[in-house]
Design a binder for this molecule. Structure first.
Ligand code: FAD
Length: 611
């Protein structure tokens, strides 16, 4: 082979960029093979990063030394902390991004990263020798050798796009699909599934009547993504809100037979939480209007993303639909919405380090695993990059727990439950969401990232400074008194804020002003101390179950009294702990008990240490 690498990442989307950067940062000689470097880190759908649960993931990626948060901060045009008035567990930072600037900034990072080559080519086939990955075959460059391969081809696997009756092969608008790679995965014995998603039309800013729309500005006090971005001041660009109406709905009802996302022309499963407008008017037939967020795609562009009317109806219906909306009567469409269906690898075929069970050294991350969303892709990419580098170095895999990170929740859900529909994160999926907040991702993950070699010294120092500041603020709150009550006790009152208490004491004011991030976290931890303690106790129980390991290679056929369905599921998913076994859909408490008794017997018989 012409070139030889430790790790090859195939696909330069959000998963591929984080995977390649993480692997290279860990010292692995890495190649990022991608169809075209100009489309690296493209936002295929909405020009935004973060949101509920997704914002937490961006912070987790950042806390582990990843790039998404820094690039998002660098290229944002508007910031909002969602659910600001609600509890801290469900708040999530989000930004509107300048789509092109984001992709350019990520490409610059990739180019500047040591140990990383960017190869403009198509990965056609995964090469395997002696049952292990040994490289990839590319379309032009030829075969490239590697000890581990990470596939991150997004929506491109056997992609077919639909706009009304028009159907054509493609991975994303104006980009070809990746068909050979799909076939190669089948040849390796992997089962593939099919999913679908859609995107809305992009409008010409100059043809929108903004005066007739509701304006939505960014936050006055910006909450950036990266823990390294201490303060951020930018000129923020407003978004606007429009509404569909009965005329729009009637038009869509009349044309449902021409909407592939709805009509059955595409048979695969789509995202339930992010339905097309044609699906919404049927599913929510009693709603007389739906919101349409008009999001600018950048500072120096006329492209506006019409969030909320993702659609697959033909171009003529799209134009009529858009022009039936108040404020958009004169609107021109710069790019029509479309639907895409693509192959994915049902992720129960992976172990928790995102490695394909039947092909050691082959890792998968992003949309190929049935997820949807840039942040979900980035989180998996970083973990795949880390674990591929550890695989190459013959080190043990790193798996984040459900109690440690949203990334851990997501990967555990994927490998344990699979993805029947495009998977996206919600705060409701995290049992311990009060612990997995956006504000404490650095405390949760930066020490681990540093130990693994992903996080550099300045980032760790910043965390240590924050921890020291938190201690000082907490000590001041305990020491300051107002009558019989300490400030800490006063802060527990719902109506009390740290800012108000700081107004009563100069020392506290100085401490909180010096490190607002530390102050924010102390405030949350004091206010929610009771809930946090309760959740910490639940986590102890969870950890005990996770520590009850199931021996590698356990022969489930030899477990007496196990139900047939449980036997089949355990053998297929191969859970690593009794905790994970219990989370497999369709597995009952009694199945886990039968398994536990069997393992206990084995342990006694073989003197095995299982816990
Ligand atoms: C039409 C459409 C609508 C979408 N709608 C939504 C939505 O509503 N909500 C949402 O959260 N997400 C949506 N997404 C998904 C979002 O874009 C993805 O979840 C996210 O981009 C996945 O990241 P990724 O890194 O896995 O793949 P991608 O970002 O798709 O990147 C894949 C990369 O791999 C490259 N590539 C592919 N095959 C090969 C190959 N064989 N060799 C080399 N390079 C290759 C491509 O050029 C590309 O750079 C949508 C995507 C599309 C296309």
């Amino acid at each position: 082979m012409k070139h030889s690498y430790d790790i090859i990442v195939a696909g330069g989307g959000h998963a591929g960029c984080e995977a390649a950067l993480a692997a290279a940062r860990l010292g692995a000689r890495t190649a990022l093979v991608t169809l075209s470097p100009e489309t690296v880190a493209q936002m295929s759908c909405n020009p935004a990063i973060g949101g509920l649960a997704k914002g937490q993931v961006v912070r987790e990626v950042d806390a582990l030394g990843g790039a998404m948060g820094l690039v998002a901060d660098q290229t944002a045009i508007q910031f909002r902390l969602l659910n600001r008035s609600k509890g801290p567990a469900v708040r999530g930072p989000r930004c509107q991004s300048d789509r092109d600037a984001y992709a350019r900034a990520m490409l610059t990072r990739l180019r500047e990263q040591e140990n990383l080559d960017i190869v403009a080519d198509e990965a056609m086939r995964v090469l395997v020798a002696d049952g292990r990955v040994c490289g990839i075959a590319t379309a032009v460059t030829g075969d490239l050798a590697a000890r581990a391969v990470i596939l991150t081809p997004g929506t491109f696997l056997n992609g077919r796009m639909h706009c009304g009756e028009r159907v054509w092969p493609g991975g994303r608008v104006n980009e070809p699909p990746s068909t050979a790679l799909s076939a190669s995965l089948r040849d390796l014995g992997l089962e593939l599934g099919r999913l679908k998603t859609g995107t809305p039309p992009r409008l010409d800013r100059r043809t929108i009547d903004f005066d007739r729309l509701q304006r939505q500005d960014g936050d006055g006090d910006i909450v950036p993504f990266s823990f390294l971005t201490v303060r951020l001041r930018i000129d923020q660009t407003p978004c606007f809100i429009a509404y569909t109406n009965e005329r729009v709905h009637q038009l869509l009802r009349d044309n449902l037979h021409r909407a592939p996302l709805y009509s059955g022309q595409i048979e695969s499963t789509g995202p339930r939480y992010c339905p097309s407008i044609e699906t919404k008017i049927v599913r929510f037939a009693d709603h007389d209007r739906h919101q349409v967020f008009l999001e600018p795609e950048g500072r120096d562009t006329d492209w506006v993303y019409a969030n909320g009317i993702s659609t697959s109806v033909p171009a003529d219906v799209q134009l009529a639909m858009v022009r039936a909306i108040e404020g958009l009567e004169r609107a021109e469409i710069l790019r029509f919405g479309y639907a895409i269906e693509y192959d994915f690898v049902p992720p129960t075929q992976l172990t928790s380090d995102l490695q394909v069970k039947r092909v050691p050294g082959l890792f998968l991350a992003g949309q190929i695993n049935g997820t949807s969303g840039y942040e979900e892709a980035a989180g998996q990419g970083l973990m795949a990059g880390l674990n591929a580098a550890r695989y190459v170095a013959r080190q043990e895999s790193v798996v984040l727990g459900r109690d440690q990170a949203y990334i851990g929740v997501m990967i555990d859900d994927l490998v344990t439950k699979g993805a029947e529909e495009p998977y996206r994160l919600f705060t409701s999926l995290a049992e311990y969401r009060l612990l997995l907040r956006y504000d404490n991702a650095d405390r949760r993950l930066t020490p681990l990232g540093h130990e693994m070699g992903l996080v550099d010294e300045p980032r760790r120092r910043l965390l240590n400074e924050k921890l020291a500041a938190m201690e000082r603020i907490a000590a001041a709150l305990a020491a300051c008194r107002d009558g019989s009550k300490s400030f800490a006790e006063l802060l527990r009152r719902p109506e009390m804020t740290l800012t108000e208490l700081a107004g009563r004491n100069a020392d506290l004011a100085r401490l909180t002003a010096a490190l607002p991030l530390a102050a924010e976290q102390v405030e949350i931890e004091v206010k929610y101390a009771g809930y946090l303690e309760r959740q910490a106790r639940q986590v102890e129980g969870f950890r005990r179950r996770e520590l009850r390991r199931i021996p590698d290679g356990l022969d489930y056929a030899s477990v007496p009294q196990l139900r047939h369905e449980a036997r089949e599921k355990f053998a297929r998913i191969r859970p690593t702990s009794l905790g994970q076994a219990a989370r497999i859909p369709g597995i009952g408490h009694s199945d886990v008990t039968v398994l536990e008794i069997h393992i206990e017997r084995l342990r006694r018989r073989q003197g095995h240490s299982l816990s």
